[in-house]
Design a protein around this ligand. Structure first.
Ligand code: HEC
Length: 187
């Protein structure tokens, strides 16, 4: 399974959601990396989230399946959820499983994309990360390997990053901006 088989409409929607939510400059070289749960939640809130789902986000925990069910149940009444595709829905469900309940006025915790950009570029180009299609176990193995174990993350953050990468990495090299390609697909 990969979200990067030819699905141009979905990809465009991802980029649109991302740009709409964050108003990042057009030349953002990382715009091709799909939005994580934090950005998806912000974008959904901007478009309108149902009161019921907002209450759940503020007060409930639950696993990924539980959150996916809550998102699906709220979809009809929440304009901000209508545009989410399967990958975005699952990315958001994983984010809420890792982080909810969320305090209403606190800043949202970082999502997998935020962590990849913050933590995975100091030794190698981000392309090494986002072009790999792997299982959750394989991602955790990499992050727990000797060359990665010193990266400052909690086990819960590594799991959240792995969940994001399972769904959103595996980006074909031809969708990577040229300046991030050179020597980038392998270490
Ligand atoms: C402290 C330096 C360092 C940081 C930070 C770092 N890496 Fe690496 N990474 C390496 C080195 C060294 C290699 C090549 C040797 C190896 O594979 O262990 C590598 C290789 C890789 C590979 C390809 C080889 C493999 O193990 O499959 C992946 C995927 C990867 N890193 C993912 C990540 C992710 C995800 C992050 C952010 C959480 C990250 N890296 C951050 C040092 C780093």
């Amino acid at each position: 399974m990969t979200r990067f088989l030819p699905r141009p409409a979905a990809l465009a929607a991802t980029l649109l959601a991302y740009h709409g939510a964050t108003a990042i400059a057009q030349e953002d070289v990382f715009a091709f990396i799909p939005a994580g749960g934090r950005t998806l939640l912000e974008a959904a809130r901007a478009e309108g989230l149902s009161a019921r789902l907002e209450d759940a986000v503020a007060s409930e925990n639950g696993d990924m399946e539980t959150w996916r069910g809550r998102i699906e149940a709220a979809r009809a009444e929440a304009p901000g959820l209508a545009a989410l595709d399967q990958w975005q829905t699952d990315t958001l469900a994983h984010y809420l499983a890792a982080n909810a309940p969320l305090m209403a006025d606190a800043p949202l915790p970082r999502d997998g994309r935020d962590m990849a950009l913050a933590l995975c570029q100091s030794c190698h180009i981000i392309t090494v990360v986002v072009t790999q299609e792997r299982t959750r176990e394989a991602w955790l193995r990499t992050m727990n390997s000797p060359s990665h174990v010193e990266i400052a993350t909690t086990p819960a953050e590594r799991e959240a990053l792995a969940d994001y990468l399972v769904l959103n990495a595996g980006i074909p090299i031809d969708q990577i901006p040229p300046e991030l390609r050179a020597g980038g697909a392998s270490y």
